[in-house]
Each structure stands twice: as C-alpha cells, then as structure tokens.
Design a protein around this ligand. Structure first.
Ligand SMILES: [Zn+2]
Ligand SMILES: [Zn+2]
Length: 272
C-alpha cells in the first residue's frame, strides 16, 4: 500500500500568485498525505480549494490536522467543497489550543460576520473536532500513527510525524529556532525520519531581521536533519518575497549540503 505526500500549497504567510512565483506556486500551506486508502490533510491554506477538485465523487472520510490556526493555515477551509457534501465525514484536529479557545470556537470566530458571510454550520458533511495537546501520539486509523510535538511559534503550533508501514513523513512548520541551539523537541520528532518538511521561511542571512516572528531557515533545517539522522529535507513555507529564481538557488544549495533534499513546489509528490 502506498505512502505519499503531495504539495498543494507551499507558501508562508499570504498567498502570492504572479509571474515571479508561477513555478513553485503561490498558495499557502496545504498537504495531502495518502496512507494506503486513508486520506490525511495537513493544514487548510489556499491550496485546499485545488485539492478539492480531485476529490469529487465517492464518499470521503478524512482527517485534517492543523499545525495551528493562523490565517494562512485555515483560510482555505470555507472554500473546500467536500465539506458541503452530506455523504462525507471529516475529523479536524489541533494540538496548540487550550481552555475555552478550542478548534470549534476558533473556526466559528473566523467564519463570523462581518469578516465572513456564513458560519461553519453551512458545512453539511459529518464534522468532528478533536482538540489534543501537542506531545500526544494520535492514531486516526489502524496502522497510521502521528507523533506530535509543540513548536516555537506565536500562539503555539504542532509538529507532526506520520508513521505508516515503517516509514515516516514529518511536517514541522511554523517554528522558530534559537541560533546555536538545536530544538530538542524537533530533533526527537524527526530522529531517523525519511522526509522532513520544515519551516524554511528565511535564509540565515535574513533571519536576524525577523527574530521573534516565529519562523526558521533552510540552513537550520539542514543542521537539524544532519543531527537527527533524517534522510531528506523539504524546504517549505516559502517567504512570499522569495521568487522562483531565488528558490532555484536554495534548491541547488540544499541538494549540495544534504543530497536528496528539495524545495517544495505545488504538484510535487514524494514517497518516503
Ligand atoms: Zn504559516
Ligand atoms: Zn503561523
């Protein structure tokens, strides 16, 4: 049974379509993971609407895991057609919220007049909200396990490690590193992993101007993967100001420093 990840949105912070981003893509964070027959979605950025077009037809049962609920990671949700189909069933998961501010309430407040014309009640599919605490291990389906860890990000975020048939895909965005000290939570999560999708918003040169903004660099991704014995780094959550030519340059560098590593682009499919 196959295990794969497909990228529908690779951009951080805000969608940025245009001639300078046409090759890598301008949509925000959205991943489709297939574990055999099981469908897992990671984040609901603007890429989610394009994924929806491939899912029409048969009844759907899927789990959607949010890293967190900043706008670029949730704004595609109300435009995800399968949520309007009564034959479909979804579970929505988040591990960064606590107390009264649970996932159901966050989405209700985000889809609220006058910011948005209709509330989540317009969704006709089955919908379950599953709040958990980052650090727990989740088992959404037989044979599929997700280890999780808290990340270093304003308002919190959750890193995931999806394990299926002895292979692993890690999804670690949005998170900020502390220069000179590798994040122990991230190292534990990605230890020996096959694929590590990491928040590479900045370069090490740019980072000092963005301390405290909650993001990391592709060079830190390389350092983490090397230390953790992870096989492939996937540069992800691109800065909207990084155009295709700049990402080409990062792709060459990252492949040189950690062979097999790539820069995420829309339409890319990887198998661990
Ligand atoms: Zn983000
Ligand atoms: Zn964020």
């Amino acid at each position: 049974m196959s295990f794969s990840v497909r990228f529908w949105g690779v951009r951080g912070s805000i969608a940025c379509p245009g001639p300078g981003t046409a090759r890598y893509g301008g949509n925000t964070s959205t991943l489709e993971v297939r574990c055999g027959e099981r469908l897992l979605l990671l984040d609901a950025g603007t890429g989610l609407r394009y994924l929806a077009k491939t899912l029409e037809g048969a009844p759907l049962e899927a789990d959607l895991f949010f890293t967190h609920t900043h706008f670029d990671h949730v704004c595609g949700l109300p435009f995800f057609r399968p949520l309007f189909e009564p034959q479909n069933r979804f579970r929505l998961w988040a591990g960064h919220l606590s107390g009264a501010m649970n996932l159901r309430r966050v989405l209700a407040e985000f889809m609220m007049s006058p910011l948005f014309p209709v509330p989540p009640e317009v969704f006709r599919s089955g919908l379950e909200y599953r709040d958990f605490r980052a650090g727990e291990t989740l088992a959404p389906a037989p044979g599929v396990a997700l280890r999780t860890t808290p990340l270093n990000h304003p308002d919190g975020a959750t890193g995931y490690r999806i394990e299926y048939q002895g292979r692993s895909i890690c999804y670690v965005t949005d998170t900020e590193h502390v220069p000179g000290s590798l994040d122990r939570n991230v190292l534990r999560l990605i230890a020996g992993a096959d694929i590590v999708i990491y928040d590479c918003m900045y370069t090490d040169d740019e980072y000092p101007r963005f301390v405290g903004w909650g993001h990391s660099t592709w060079q830190e991704g390389v350092r983490l993967c090397r230390e953790a014995g992870a096989k492939r780094l996937v540069v992800f959550h691109h800065d909207p100001d990084h155009d295709d030519d700049m990402l080409d340059g990062i792709a060459r560098e990252v492949e040189r420093r950690l062979p097999g590593s790539v820069v995420a682009r829309e339409g890319l499919v990887l198998e661990p």
